[in-house]
Design a protein around this ligand. Structure first.
Ligand SMILES: Nc1ncnc2c1ncn2[C@@H]1O[C@H](COP(=O)(O)OP(=O)(O)OP(=O)(O)O)[C@@H](O)[C@H]1O
Length: 246
């Protein structure tokens, strides 16, 4: 897909996470669930990282902690030299607004707003956003910007969600099953737009999937098991999103 825009490396907020002994325990009544059991990690700025693992192994818990939506029960998390686990709520919210874009399985677009208006919701409250039209061009939807979500296919709606997430130029994109609701061809198109953001904007991309095929586009894969990173795979030869099928 062609990508236009005047983005330079200096536009990118450099990102690198370091996690030390991250634990998360959920307590419900008498029951304790150990969702993360002492996770140590390094996430490189600008990499594509895939989190794989069985249901309940802690992937979403980690993603939410990395994105500042939740806090670990214990342990430290650092981003770009700052300790996120030491921030108060207001500063954690500021970190999240400035640095993190989220993409979920279901697109969470506002039905009564056009594609462009959905993106504008984010750009209106960001420091130095892209123009919404420019963000939609990056995901190949410049011709659909005046369409409402109901007038777009599932894959197109997810690409609007990607445009919304990248429009504030976040250093990090966190994606929880971004193709879970899509067929293979449409899912590949969405992954291409994510890979484009990684390549063109230098955005660090962290992606949860149940689909082991998607791991082929990653630089590295964290394999989760029972609240821990059981193994890490390094892909010497990353496969282009456009060449993947499942
Ligand atoms: N808010 C919560 N309260 C209590 N337990 C929770 C909560 N959120 C998650 N858990 C539990 O923590 C464990 C890890 O959940 P998590 O959602 O991180 O797993 P996951 O690997 O993302 O699973 P899936 O692939 O099914 O999304 C699970 O046992 C889950 O039931």
């Amino acid at each position: 897909m062609a990508v236009h825009g005047d983005f330079s490396e200096s536009d990118v907020r450099r990102a690198a996470f370091t996690g030390k002994s991250l634990r998360k325990t959920y307590v419900t009544g008498e029951t304790e669930v150990h969702a993360l059991r002492g996770v140590d990690l390094e996430i490189n700025a600008g990499e594509i990282l895939v989190l794989l693992g069985p249901s309940g192994s802690g992937k979403s818990t980690l993603l939410n902690i990395i994105g500042g939506l939740d806090r670990p029960t214990s342990g430290e998390l650092w981003y770009d030299g700052k300790e996120l686990t030491a921030l108060d709520e207001a500063d954690l919210t500021r970190f999240r607004r400035a640095n993190i874009g989220f993409i979920f399985q279901f697109y969470n677009l506002i039905p009564s707003l056009t594609a462009e208006e959905n993106v504008r919701l984010v750009t209106d409250i960001s420091d130095r956003p892209m123009n919404p039209a420019e963000a939609l061009e990056l995901v190949g939807l410049q011709d659909r910007r005046h369409h409402f979500p109901a007038q777009l296919s599932g894959g197109e709606q997810q690409r609007v969600a990607v445009a919304r997430a990248i429009a504030k130029r976040p250093g990090v994109l966190l994606c929880d099953e971004p193709t879970g609701a899509l067929d293979s061809t449409t899912g590949v198109r969405v992954l291409e737009t994510l890979a484009n953001a990684n390549r063109e904007l230098g955005t660090t991309l962290i992606l949860i999937t149940h689909n082991a095929g998607i791991a082929a586009m990653a630089d590295r894969v964290f394999n989760f098991l029972d609240g821990q990173i059981a193994s890490i795979e390094v892909n010497q030869n990353r496969v282009a999103a456009s060449e993947m099928t499942w």
